[in-house]
Design a protein around this ligand. Sequence first.
Ligand code: F6R
Ligand code: MG
Ligand code: MG
Length: 364
Amino acid sequence: MKVTLSVIKADIGSLAGHIRPSRALMEAVQEHIDGEKGKLILDYYISSTGDDVAILLTHQAGTGNPAVHKLAWDAFLSGTKTAKAQGLYGAGQDLLSDAFSGNVKGMGPAVAEMEFEEREAEPFVLFAADKTDPGAYNLPLYLSFADPMHCSGLILSPKMSKGFKFVIMDVEYTEADRVIELNSPEELYDIAALLRDNERFVVAGIYSRETGEQAVAASTTRLHNIAGKYTGKDDPIMLVRVQGVFPATGEILSPYSIGHYVAGFMRGSHTGPLMPVKIGCGTSFFDGPPIVTATGFCVRGGKLTEPVDCFDHPYWDYIREKVARKSTEIREQGFSGAAMLPYSELEYGGIVEKMKYLDRKFSC
Ligand code: F6R
Ligand code: MG
Ligand code: MG
């Protein structure tokens, strides 16, 4: 059966600053979605990562379907109503437009969608990250799909020996989706040359070269580039199909043991290591550190199994300690150099005014 997975996420308000949504907010979103189960949608799962709410929907309406997007948008509006009633911080923060225009892309929420023919067994993982931006997945995806140091299947499985096709988007170009397709392993260095720049080039999708099937769909919106002013970081989501012709779940999770440095953290304007955390985890230290959750499922006939929390395991406690240590170390240098993002990436416009004012005060 052909099924579509759509995950749409937004920050519509949270407790005690930008920490995590309230229970009542989550219930309001869920109530709205639940009304469509068995009608427009086959199944759903709602979770939070930091201050963001992710709505995972299964259906047969294909990607970019206006009715599906409207359902998520209206659920966020309903959650926003509760957020306002509770006096939550940043109520409706990511709903940048007053009127829904057919697709939530560019309106604030992040979207990742994939339509495919279900395999006999269809395992997949939903990733959601907070206090960072879409480039945060560049390195883990490169390592999972193109580097045998993390993906032993590239050496051991004949189903993967042809490699994968990367679709990479230039997110600085805002007129349209400007993408390039590159094949690993032949074009590995070209892929690396682009993916080193997490703020400009972002993996949008990855495909098996054995079967042509899609393995990855990731959100690519950079509202910073669209709106040209601070709108919060674009806390990205991603769907990854695993096993068989794709890397195993553990090969997909392996690069998150690095705790690599990403853009985000406090005021979306710093550098911090990405910490793999449990579903529903909030943020804390310096509005961070940047976090990522991984929720695993199988789907059959569009019906989801119960979720499994991929980072809820003693191994990841050890990694969380390491990442906490890395967070403390980079925070020790405060605003200086690599600890804070370059001028062009600062998410708060106030610095522009400050620099103009200071520029006038210089003399020769
Ligand atoms: C980063 C984030 C927070 C806020 C910070 C200030 O993505 O959400 O770090 O930037 O808490 O929040 P405001 O500007 O809303 O007072
Ligand atoms: Mg927020
Ligand atoms: Mg957020």
